[in-house]
Design a protein around this ligand. Structure first.
Ligand code: PLP
Length: 406
């Protein structure tokens, strides 16, 4: 029986893989294991009371719409709110430049559906977000990897890869997952100029932009691109598709995110999304709009920043105090992750089961590298661990690393 199914799998399924992280999370969630593995926001900052209230209001006042089918683009007042908030950051867009998706992960998939034919090259940072690799591999993308340093993507390395004629550049400018790095303004401008010169559109993925713990806000690529082309009109026509999400500033479980793009691209994305789910949950959109009206996020995000900043600081402090000196990290200005590099002889994937035996978990860095490498790197999440877990987990990991490095 099973064989009949398996032999009928489409060719593209050969390129489908389980997410390494999702598999690891299952192991990391065993009782007693302190996990720095997931990219989980902390439930300590979920605005539960606001959601309770909003659910009640929506059901009492708008049930007939909120429980009905909706439009594929998404709930208009929510899209208007997103456009308004985007304009604050100089992203000059209107609601018809915004489409709501089931998480940014769906947006990545729809972008793959729209742009990637089998064999197309896509330029990505090395390392990059695993979910993008997973989404685009299915469509047959080949990944052209661009080198990074403590300031994110290196423009010279990008230009050196342009002879591969990538169809897209995937860029994580703020508090990179997994690197934690932030691309400075001048570098962003340089990257945009290179993409402009070689006519390569940019997918800017910015789930963490609001979670800055130090330093100044840096304009997103979508704004810098518009500046470069003097495109300050009502009709956004830029070279950048911008993604962001409510997963990190509100809650991830509702799966609500958005795409900002020129209207023509939104139209195509809508067609792509229709075939996949008709639309994102109407009820969830109404509830999030109800929670967020009256600028709730302006009051809520500073609370998240304070909690995560403390956890980041404690994790860095514990590394400085406990870890072998040869283990290096990049200080993240925001986001959820610290990226560790160990001496080259240490393979963090091999070390992981030993760490789990010692009841601590992390994600080995290798799978984030689209074309291999990074075996001596690891990603550590600090947002989802209490102070007690941080102290205990980092102590356990320091012992594991020390015994591996003797
Ligand atoms: C860089 C990046 N893009 C996209 C996503 C997916 O986010 P969402 O929960 O909106 O699907 C994540 C989640 O961790 C991420 O780190």
């Amino acid at each position: 029986m099973t064989n009949i199914w398996v032999k009928n799998f489409a060719k593209r399924t050969e390129r489908m893989q389980s997410s390494t992280i999702r598999e690891l999370l299952k192991i990391s969630n065993l009782p007693g294991v302190v996990s720095f593995a997931g990219g989980l926001p902390s439930p300590d900052v979920f605005p539960v009371e606001e959601f309770k209230h909003a659910c009640q209001v929506v059901l009492e006042t708008q049930a007939s719409h909120a429980l009905q089918y909706g439009t594929t683009e998404g709930y208009l007042p929510l899209r208007e709110m997103i456009a308004e908030r985007s304009r604050r950051y100089g992203i000059n867009v209107r609601a018809d430049n915004v489409m709501i998706t089931n998480g940014s992960q769906q947006a990545l998939d729809l972008i793959g559906k729209l742009f990637i034919d089998a064999g197309d090259n896509v330029a990505v940072e090395s390392p990059t977000y695993l979910g993008a690799i997973q989404a685009w591999k299915v469509y047959g993308a080949n990944f052209v990897t661009v080198e990074t340093d403590e300031n994110g993507m290196i423009p010279e390395s990008l230009e050196a890869q342009m002879h591969h004629k990538p169809k897209l550049l995937y860029l994580l400018p703020n508090f990179h997952n997994p690197l934690g790095t932030t691309i400075p303004k001048e570098r962003r401008q340089r990257i945009i100029e290179i993409c402009h010169k070689y006519q390569v559109p940019i997918i800017e993925d910015d789930p963490y932009g609001q979670l800055r713990y130090e330093g100044e806000h840096i304009p997103p690529a979508v704004k810098l691109d518009a500046d470069l082309r003097g495109n300050d009109t009502e009709n956004y026509q830029g070279n950048v598709i911008y993604l962001s999400t409510f997963s990190k500033t509100l809650v991830p479980g509702l799966r609500l995110a958005w795409v900002i793009a020129p209207k023509e691209i939104i139209l195509k994305l809508v067609q792509a999304k229709q075939g996949s789910d008709l639309h994102t949950s109407t009820f969830n959109q109404y509830v999030v709009q109800e929670v967020c009206k009256d600028n709730f996020l302006d009051r809520h995000i500073p609370i998240i920043r304070n909690v995560y900043r403390e956890r980041r600081d404690l994790m860095m402090e514990l590394i400085d105090e406990l870890f072998p000196d040869e283990v290096k990290y990049v200080r993240p200005q925001g986001g959820l992750f610290l990226w560790l590099t160990t001496p080259p002889q240490l393979n963090t994937a091999d070390l992981r089961p030993i760490a789990v035996e010692h009841k601590v978990a992390y994600v080995p860095g290798g799978p984030f590298h689209a074309n291999g490498g990074g075996d001596n790197t690891m990603r550590m999440n600090f947002s989802n661990a209490s102070e007690e877990d941080l102290r205990e987990g980092m102590k356990r990991l320091s012992l594991v690393l020390k015994s591996a490095l003797v």
